[in-house]
Design a protein around this ligand. Structure first.
Ligand code: PEP
Length: 254
């Protein structure tokens, strides 16, 4: 089963809308004309309207960093799936460890968002991963297995091709520490096994599992060469066009 690589940039709370224009233009000129690797930028909500105009007529895709599970109503400050679709957003990052850590998100609350996203034809990038303490106490596979099962409860099998997972060991995010190629492959293979238990082999083989955690041009090739690593979710290195496109180049050459 050949899965197309996806390289997604999670800009987090960085870049004004004005700065986003410059970065997207640069990324577009470097890697925006090819379609062998899917490339997605996920700026802040405030940049999405402008970004959607800029990515039009290029191969770049647009993603958001979160959304509310409800479709509309009295949820001050929140953004719905429909609002994202209206701006031609394709992907939405859900359950990022920073949202779990700072905003109290759980597998259960993220599950509601995932179901609302696919109902609205958005492709969720569902983030999972263990903390340092969990790794050191050999709980990694248990933690990740529960995140997959609980976060994907009732996921509709007809939407399977819209589902993307991102394995992001929490201890590797923004720290400069990366999982070794072997560590990443071990967990990715386990995630695919859990997905096979839930959805069956044929469906599980279609789901892309990205690696995230200090991925950069220097370590991307080794990680992307692993059988079950289907791309990257990139934080810090997505904030400069050269580093981000260096990772895309690694995927193009993988
Ligand atoms: C992330 O936050 O999704 C991430 C992978 O960050 P970084 O690349 O900076 O570790």
């Amino acid at each position: 089963m050949s899965r197309k690589y996806l390289i997604a940039g999670n800009w987090k709370m960085n870049k004004t809308a004005t700065e986003a224009v410059d970065l997207i233009e640069e990324v577009k000129s470097l890697v925006g004309n090819q379609s062998s690797v899917q490339v997605c930028v996920c700026p802040s909500f405030t940049s999405l309207a402008k970004a959607s105009e800029l990515v039009e007529e290029s191969q770049l895709l647009l993603g958001a960093q979160d959304m509310n599970a409800e479709s509309s109503g009295a949820f001050t400050g929140e953004i719905s799936a429909e609002m994202l679709r209206d701006l031609y957003v394709s992907f939405v990052i859900l359950g990022h460890s920073e949202r779990r850590q700072f905003f109290g998100e759980t597998n259960h609350s993220v599950n509601k968002k995932i179901l609302a996203a696919v109902e609205n034809n958005l492709k969720p990038i569902y983030c999972i991963g263990e903390t340092l303490e969990e790794r050191e106490t050999e709980k990694t596979l248990d933690v990740v297995g529960s995140q997959v099962r609980e976060g994907l409860e009732s996921f509709p099998s007809q939407s399977i091709e819209n589902l993307v997972l991102a394995y992001e060991p929490v201890w590797a995010i923004g720290t400069g520490k990366t999982a070794t190629d072997e560590m990443a492959q071990e967990v990715h293979a386990y995630i695919r096994k859990v997905l096979t238990d839930i959805f069956g082999e044929s469906s599980a083989s279609k789901i892309r599992i990205l690696y995230g955690g200090s991925m950069k041009p220097e370590n991307a090739a080794g990680l992307l060469a692993q059988e079950d690593v289907d791309g990257g979710l990139i934080g810090g290195a997505s904030l400069t066009a050269r580093a981000f496109s260096g990772i895309v180049e690694a995927a193009l050459n993988a």
